[in-house]
Structures are given as structure tokens and as C-alpha cells.
Design a protein around this ligand. Sequence first.
Ligand SMILES: Cc1ncc(COP(=O)(O)OP(=O)(O)O)c(N)n1
Ligand code: TZP
Ligand code: MG
Length: 201
Amino acid sequence: MDLDPFYPIVDSSNWIDRLVPLGIKLVQLRIKDASEETLRREIATSQATCRKYGCQLIVNDHWRLAVDLGCDYVHLGQEDLADADLASIRRAGLRLGVSTHDGAELDAALSVKPDYVALGPVFPTSSKTLSWKPQGLEKIEGWKRKIGDLPLVAIGGITLERSRDVLQSGANSVAIISDVTKNSTPDQRTLDWIAETQDWR
Ligand SMILES: Cc1ncc(COP(=O)(O)OP(=O)(O)O)c(N)n1
Ligand SMILES: Cc1ncsc1CCOP(=O)(O)O
Ligand SMILES: [Mg+2]
């Protein structure tokens, strides 16, 4: 299944309830530092909303809960991958997206047969502290040449105004946090993103 070209990442089911009805078809729930009880409730609520609106939900990090709650997609970074039980993830029928930053990480990601590979940060970002320098648009082109038909997600510092360049460089989907959630009008910004990425849908 193809990934939608617009891939917003949010940190609560409240955001999902607010933005998904606007027409988002792919969203990541990325919650850090919450109790298991809260996580369980947040994932289940997000799942219900996404099902209702035909939106693909991807759960960041919390693969055990994703398995338990019958989710169908998780995103794992390289450290998450090292701790994860891939056999149980696959047994549960979960699809898997994996973060990459350099060639060694890309090899590690490809070895687990992911459903997409993410590359970042494309541009400077203030949403996550990273030791990696911005990768630039050329790296997207190179990654796409290496992975062929496997979907490529670009992330990090991407704005609506930069989205066309990112997609034209070979990304299949653009993952963003702050360009929507820190915008003064997140709902309108979401609608603008959906319109701007229409040619890639
Ligand atoms: C689409 C996408 N790409 C990269 C990440 C980052 O994952 P990770 O490196 O595990 O860092 P955290 O997001 O868990 O802090 C992502 N979440 N989504
Ligand atoms: C989670 C993550 N992983 C790499 S960059 C990033 C943050 C992206 O956020 P923003 O779109 O605000 O730069
Ligand atoms: Mg992670």
C-alpha cells in the first residue's frame, strides 16, 4: 500500500481528533514519557478516530502496546529496533517503518525488511535533539536510488514551502511536526498541506 505524501506527527489523541477529520490519510502518534495506562488510552482513542476517517495510524516506539491493541503500523528508530521483538511484531501483522541517518543504518533497516525507510533530518529541526547534521535534498535522491520501490519518508525541518522540493527529490512522503502543530492556525495549515501534496496522491 502506498503512503500518503503528507505524514503529520502529533503527540496526543486530541490532535488526532482535531486534524484527522480534515482529511489526513496518514498520521503518527508520537508520545514520549507517559504511563502505560495513558499510552494505552491514547493509542486506542487514536485508532478509533483513524478507523472512522479511513486514516492510516502509525504508532511510534510503543510496539508492545501496538501489538496488544491490534494496531497495524509502527515506527521504530535504530535503538528501538535493537530492543524490539521483530518476530512478534511480524506475527501480529504489523507493518514497520524504520529511521535511518547513514549508510550503516540503512543496511540495518533494510535487513529487517521494513515497509518504509525514513531519512532525516533533511533540514535543521528544533523538534528533536539529534547529533546528525542536516542531510539535504541530495541525500534524499541518493536514498531513493538505493531503496528503489520501497517507500521513502523524509523528516526534519520540512515546511509546506519546502515540501515540493522534498517530494521532487524522491521522497514518497513528508513527515512533519512543528509546521502544523506550532503553526498559529494548525487546521488551515493542514488543509494547505493536503492541497499542496495533491499531485503526489
Ligand atoms: C517518520 C519518522 N521518522 C523518524 C522518526 C524518528 O524516530 P526515532 O529515531 O526513533 O526517534 P523518536 O521519534 O522516537 O524520538 C519518527 N518518529 N518518524
Ligand atoms: C522526530 C524526528 N526525527 C528526525 S527529525 C524529527 C523531528 C521532526 O520535526 P519537525 O518537522 O518539527 O522538524
Ligand atoms: Mg523511536
